[in-house]
Design a protein around this ligand. Structure first.
Ligand SMILES: [Zn+2]
Ligand SMILES: [Zn+2]
Length: 258
């Protein structure tokens, strides 16, 4: 299995997971052209993409969907509420035959992979994060959550790989240039996971199975990749395990072999 962050941050998010025959994207918040060029830059084949699982309807997660509907035959996996919210936000209709409706808390068999969406606290209509079991490995993609819930900890147990949000440094956000309303939104229980909360989450889910943690959805304005890395590296080092730590960026793709 391989994981790639094609882009990560407040300007657009796209994760890709491959088993050698098929690729599933999680979110498509960059342009279709960027998805194609970044996949090809990693020598991944666009024609192996079979599906797009969506976490929620914020623009940085759904930007490419209108073009994807026109140019590909990819299946769109999302909760019915999120599908509807995408239709409203983009002013389009997603044909039923293109969709696999998901229910948070219920696992879906997608092309032999087990896809388990679960609810996360975020200011969207029906936001989810994903646990995926494929080829004997367990992967988690957990972003856009206001705080580390007990449910998320439960879904992140004994993962081999985790892409986890490490959105902001609390002090940088507080002292930074964002307007007070936006600061309050990000800091709220339905906002984004801080570096500190990300580290706390890791402390709760670390296990001998865990091989790689990739920090994702870093704010360019309110975070510093070195600070995000430092917060999580401390926790991983204390555990005494051998967990590799990566940081995904907005501008470049990052590939992890699992
Ligand atoms: Zn969001
Ligand atoms: Zn987001």
């Amino acid at each position: 299995m391989r994981y790639a962050s094609l882009a990560s941050g407040s300007k657009g998010n796209c994760h890709a997971i491959a088993d050698g025959e098929r690729i599933l994207l999680i979110d498509a918040g960059i342009s279709f052209l960027q998805i194609r060029s970044r996949l090809e830059g990693l020598n991944w084949r666009l024609d192996q993409v079979r599906g797009l699982a969506v976490t929620h309807e914020h623009t940085d997660h759904i930007n490419a969907i209108p073009v994807i509907l026109k140019k590909t035959d990819w299946t769109i996996l999302a909760t019915p509420n999120t599908l509807r919210a995408i239709e409203i936000s983009k002013g389009l209709e997603i044909p039923k035959r293109r969709c696999i409706p998901l229910t948070p808390g219920r696992s879906e068999n997608w092309e032999g992979w087990l896809l388990s969406p679960f609810a996360v606290p975020h200011d969207a209509v029906d936001p989810v994060a994903y646990r995926i079991e494929a080829a004997g490995l367990s992967l988690g993609v957990i972003t856009d959550l206001g705080y580390p819930t007990a449910l998320a900890v439960e879904y992140a147990r004994s993962l081999d790989f985790l892409a986890l949000e490490s959105n902001h440094d609390i002090a940088m956000l507080r002292e930074g240039p964002y307007p007070p309303m936006l600061k309050a939104r990000i800091l709220s229980r339905v906002g984004h996971l801080s570096n500190e909360a990300c580290a706390e989450f890791l402390q709760n889910i670390i296990s001998p199975a865990l091989k790689n943690v990739t920090l994702v959805h870093l704010s360019e304005q309110n975070n510093d990749p070195a600070m995000a890395r430092l917060a999580s590296a401390g926790v991983l080092a204390q555990s005494g395990g051998d967990v590799a730590l990566g940081v995904a960026t907005q501008g470049e793709a990052l590939e992890i072999l699992l």
